[in-house]
Write a protein that binds this ligand. Structure first.
Ligand code: WT7
Length: 633
């Protein structure tokens, strides 16, 4: 790959070697076809998967925006991710290579993974799980999280994975929203040499949300934990019982049956449980993965995200396994015990394709190139980035130091809502550092103003998607009105999906994502709502009102700044500020802990009572406060 020049708009061309291997040799023509005959395109993709019964309609748009895909079809993501590989050469191939932070290694062939999934599926059934239930999973990055997810899918139960870095209230709220009666967790995991205490957090969450009547715990750290009679069971005990037979039929699910619920932050305090399906989601995760990361039979793929986020669902678990890939999973921190841990893993396992976030790259970049230079990274062919805009400096470091000027970077733009990549390069795309380039097949996008008019090239506006796609979330669990309101209301007339991001499109049609333009924050690539942080703050006895905003940060993208108003009888102090930070940590998790807590007597509000976050931000940054005409007296 050669750079024309190192300016913001220079093109980086993939090498002939990468282009030759790529499945797709030409983008424009195929893209045109895919949007002219969208349903044909997706039908062809769906035909590559296994169906117990073929669909009778590719797209059912009779009840917009509640689109349905492949209706009448019967499948199960497990039939594609596991079962069909057992009848092929893939059977004895490694599905999963796992390394714990302390250095312990476990591997599973497709054959072995199927055994564990089948056994655990039978355990779940014996514990009362059935089709239509929502099983909550709250686990560290250990193989059992993947086994648990697939076991749920196999029996037709939906899983709701809660990221293991979340804390008590975040977990309790999500358990309650899903009315889960089964929780799968672990005693903890290892992070920077220390065991975490997931089960203690789970115990408190179950106390707050008492719908759980069975909790299954994996012993990972060996740390002592409380086990309640008739509710708490050890994973290994159950898996050793006759109920855990390795013989288990995969449930034949309808294409539109829910595969999982995944909660994400929105602009109100309550997290949204987005629903993804067995049919359309499988097709979308599989096709996007295949074309963008160009997976080949002998490849080793490493997506260094947590399985608990959509990135992990689509591109650690489902997309790669459907494609019969070998996946890597690593339990711990990238800089433990030294900042070369990831580069060491790439060398040790011969990773060919590596996918991570800009925050992680910036974090490792701080330690300098020498840590990466100690390792042979020549197995790498493609790199990927996701979660937030990647600044050109981090892009170039990733490209030069990790990719040795030889591995194109797939900067993939997408969301929990979209299920898979929406705007992304392919291995043949000439790249511009910091741009996610162009839409994936089947998708038409635009950057528009409030009225829906496309803005000029290079002008910022709302990023919209103009068409349905198979991987789209179907609705918000229990709240279809909010689904309409949040995503489809603003451009109701046109029928476009509102992404919540602002972006620009340049003269070459390349998309540049600027960031969220709602009250959603991206901190180290994690998605958080201002309102969530605010409600955690006001749950502290000293606080009556709070406002959280994001401030730009070189490393994390954004950091959280909170302004709080104290109740009578409490006084400002550094101790209290620290206590409030730790309180948010304990309720939501360390990712939500504010970097700053400042005290105030009032918050700037509009006459209608909305907090003017723009004003708070200007104040925090010492900038002009701008137009204050709507500010209440
Ligand atoms: C938001 C969605 C989808 C996987 C992880 C995030 C931001 C995501 C990019 C990118 C610029 C990006 C957007 C989006 N985002 N990928 N390549 N370039 N921004 O999923 O937690 O649902 O967050 O992440 O702001 O709206 P998510």
């Amino acid at each position: 790959m050669a750079a024309n020049q190192k300016s913001g708009n220079s093109l980086y061309h993939p090498s002939e070697g990468v282009k030759m291997r790529a499945r797709i040799k030409e983008y424009d023509k195929l893209y045109q076809e895919s949007i002219t005959n969208r349903e044909d395109f997706w039908a062809k993709e769906a035909e590559e998967l296994f169906w117990y019964q073929k669909w009778n309609k590719v797209l059912d748009d009779s009840n917009k925006p509640f689109y349905k895909w492949f209706t009448g079809g019967k499948t199960n993501v497990v039939a594609n991710a596991i079962d069909r590989h057992l009848d092929s050469e893939t059977k004895n191939k490694l599905a999963l290579i796992w390394e714990g932070e302390p250095g312990d290694v476990r591997t599973f062939s497709y054959f072995a993974l199927n055994r564990e999934i089948s056994k655990f599926a039978n355990v779940l059934k014996a514990m009362g799980a059935k089709k239509g239930d929502i099983v909550t999973i709250y686990m560290p990055q250990i193989p059992e999280i993947i086994i648990a997810m697939l076991a749920c899918a196999k029996i037709g139960a939906a899983h709701s994975v809660i990221y293991g870095g979340f804390s008590v209230e975040a977990l309790a709220e999500r358990i309650a929203d899903a009315h889960s009666s089964i929780l799968i967790t672990a005693d903890g995991g290892f992070r920077r040499g220390k065991p975490t205490n997931l089960k203690t957090i789970a115990d408190e969450a179950m106390r707050r949300s008492p719908t759980i009547d069975v909790c299954i715990t994996v012993k990972r750290t060996g740390k002592e934990c409380f086990m309640e009679n008739d509710r708490d069971y050890w994973w290994h005990d159950l898996m050793g019982m006759p109920i855990a037979s390795a013989k288990c039929e995969t449930e034949q699910t309808d294409a539109e049956d829910p595969l999982f619920i995944l909660y994400t932050s929105g602009t109100t305090g309550k997290p949204k449980g987005l629903i993804h399906t067995h049919g359309g989601y499988s097709v979308y995760a599989s096709s996007t993965f295949k074309y963008v990361f160009d997976i080949q039979p002998d490849d080793r793929w490493w997506c260094a995200a947590d399985p608990g986020w959509i990135t992990g669902h689509s591109y650690i678990v489902y997309g790669p396994l459907i494609n019969g890939a070998t996946i890597l999973l690593y339990e711990g921190a990238p800089n433990h015990p030294y900042p070369n841990r990831w580069w060491q893993m790439i060398e040790k396992y011969g990773v060919n394709i590596f996918y991570t976030s800009p925050t992680a790259i910036r974090g490792l970049m701080r330690y300098g190139a020498s840590w990466a230079d100690k390792h042979d990274l020549s197995s790498l062919r493609l790199l990927g980035s996701v979660g937030e805009p990647i600044n050109p400096e981090a892009w170039l470091w990733y490209y030069e130091v990790i990719g040795k000027n030889n591995c194109p970077i797939m900067d993939t733009w997408w969301q929990t809502e979209t299920g898979g990549f929406m705007i992304t390069p392919l291995p043949i795309t000439p790249l511009k550092p910091g741009s996610a380039t162009k839409p994936f097949f089947g998708n038409e996008i635009s950057v528009v103003d409030e009225s829906g008019k496309a803005v000029k090239h290079g002008t910022e506006g709302n990023l919209v998607i103009k068409n349905p796609w198979p991987g789209m979330a179907r609705t918000i669990l229990g709240d279809p009105d909010r689904f309409i309101e949040k995503y489809w209301k603003l451009y109701e007339k046109q029928g476009w999906y509102l992404t919540g991001d602002s972006a620009k499109i340049d003269e070459d049609g390349y998309v540049w994502i600027i960031g969220r333009n709602d009250d959603v924050l991206k901190v180290s690539g994690y998605r958080l709502g201002s309102a969530e942080i605010e409600s955690a703050l006001v749950s502290h006895p000293a606080v009556t009102e709070a406002a959280a905003i994001g401030l730009p940060d070189k490393l994390k993208g954004n950091i959280i700044h909170a302004t709080v108003i104290l109740k009578d009888g409490f006084s400002e102090s550094d101790e209290l500020a620290n206590e409030l930070k730790m309180h948010v940590d304990g309720e939501i998790g360390p990712i939500a802990r504010p970097a700053f807590v400042v005290f105030a007597d009032s918050l700037p509000k509009t006459r209608s009572g909305k907090i003017m976050r723009r004003v708070l931000k200007a104040r925090a940054l010492g900038q002009e406060e701008g137009d204050l005409s709507t500010l209440e007296e």
